[in-house]
Design a protein around this ligand. Structure first.
Ligand SMILES: [Zn+2]
Length: 292
């Protein structure tokens, strides 16, 4: 039963936070062959705290009342004995049993679609690969580090952190994304996607992703995403609550970082900027890589 042809297809988004993974998953989840569920690694934590934190599914139901998830929970319990197994277990056998149970349950409850997991962490991807239970395709989602840094800075300042947190974030961005790329080079089922290309050239970028996944192109995935019912249990509530998806590039980082912040940020992330082809000056991100 465990031959390669029986392995479930899993689509995994890896990268830094604040890079548009909620937007991408909402768009891809509107495809008839893909079901996006959110950051699977937090499955147990989200459901167990759902009542206390008043969590909602992206379909609009209270999370514990959503009939789609009730079905997934039932199938999961049937497979492994509990509704909310720990998908972060560090013990290989437990990790595999828990993830297999939930991912197969989602697959079944969605009528056999490819499961999209937006967990973004590389350690999780490595453990998923090690199980050999899944046929995994990876999307490495990247955003200009100065935009990522600026967005992180705003949040951290609100939490009372000092402005130097910007540089710690940038250092982490650089390590993570260059390392991800180095790890992935030579790997087959891996695609880099820049957030800026997704927002500015959504149709071309999405078509390129679907081609790589050997799935049919859909004429207007953006309209489909506005009407398709989806059941993400986690994600950016701002994107969830948008009736019509807005594909606007947030350009504040181009004007709001001081000259010193811009220079330092650019120097710190120079290898990453060159690798992922971002401009060094305060220009809009350069020509798209995926337009066909
Ligand atoms: Zn739902």
């Amino acid at each position: 039963m465990s031959g390669p042809t029986q392995r479930l297809r899993l689509l995994y988004i890896v990268g830094s936070g604040r890079s548009g993974s909620t937007l991408l998953s909402r768009l891809l989840g509107a495809h008839p062959d893909i079901v996006s569920v959110g950051e699977l690694l937090n499955y147990r934590q989200f459901f167990e705290s759902a009542e206390e934190r008043e969590r909602y599914c992206s379909c609009g139901s209270a999370l514990l009342e959503c009939s789609y998830w009730k079905r997934v929970r039932e199938l999961t319990r049937h497979a492994c004995g509990e509704e909310f197994p720990d998908l972060k277990s560090k013990v290989g056998a437990n990790f595999e049993a828990a993830n297999r149970a939930v991912i197969e349950a989602v697959h079944k409850a969605s009528g056999g679609r490819i499961v999209l997991d937006t967990s973004k962490r590389y350690d999780r991807l490595r453990m998923l690969r090690a199980t050999r239970a899944f046929d995994i395709s990876v999307i490495h989602l990247i955003r200009d580090p100065r935009a990522y840094g600026y967005s992180s800075l705003l949040t951290e300042l609100r939490k009372g952190q000092g402005p130097d947190v910007l540089y710690r974030k940038l250092s982490r961005w650089q390590n993570k994304n260059l390392w991800l790329r180095a790890e992935a080079v030579g790997g087959t089922r891996y695609q880099q996607v820049r957030y800026e290309d997704l927002v500015r050239y959504p149709q071309a970028t999405l078509s390129s992703i679907l081609d790589n996944l050997h799935l049919d192109r859909v004429d207007d995935l953006i309209s489909a995403a506005n009407t398709a019912e989806q059941h993400e249990f986690s994600g950016n509530s701002g994107v969830f609550s948008q009736r019509a998806l807005k594909l606007d590039l947030d350009r504040r980082y181009l004007t709001q970082l001081t000259s010193r912040q811009w220079r330092t940020a650019t120097l710190m992330t120079l290898p990453g900027l060159l690798t992922f082809r971002y401009p060094l000056t305060r220009d809009e991100p350069c020509a798209p890589e995926y337009v066909r």
